[in-house]
Design a protein around this ligand. Sequence first.
Ligand code: GTS
Length: 214
Amino acid sequence: MVVKVYGPDFASAKRVLVCLIEKEVEFETLPIDIIKGQNKDPEFLKLQPFGVVPVIQDGDYTLFESRAIMRYYAEKYKSQGTDLLGKTIEERGVVEQWLEVEAQSYHPAIDNLVIEILFGRKRGIPPDAKVIEESEKKLAKVLDIYEERLSKSKYLAGDFFSLADLSHLPFTKYLADMGKMYLIEERKHVKAWWDDISNRPSWKKVFSSRWPLL
Ligand SMILES: N[C@@H](CCC(=O)N[C@@H](CS(=O)(=O)O)C(=O)NCC(=O)O)C(=O)O
């Protein structure tokens, strides 16, 4: 069954696309235009009650929340493509730890910047300098911890690329779109990590398709 991915042009959906490519799972994409509000249509809300993208349909199986979708496919197709979960339960634990760090600490800081700067620009709303300053400070603190971790380990969960690294790709790319890549580049080990993961063919395939409509 070909997996249907709704909302491919947007960052959270790109996590799912990269995961499917790494796992060598066939998919098709269905555009959802957030700027036109298609994500709030009643039909779409039946699939994704929070009205955000992505959501996938795999036969009569529907799933939303990009990180949950990634975990599902990483597990379902563990024996094919890139192993994104580690080989032992201990490695899996560390993958889940850094996936949670990405969701709970890294993402909120970057998302605030994206909303203020990129979505705000799209909607003609001037950015709030205080929110930007506070979000940058929060992100810098998280990145200092990443710098320490990545000085000891090539990837976040160990010596293998995993879901934890993959999950960082789409929103970290937004830093470049906001002229804030210096937050990555001024940290030697974080920069080396970003250069490595952002050069993966799976990301280049997804990123080069169509970056968000912003
Ligand atoms: N936690 C959700 C977040 C999904 C989400 O917020 N998607 C954004 C697009 S993006 O931030 O991923 O680019 C969206 O649909 N926003 C629409 C809206 O907020 O109306 C996930 O990871 O799937």
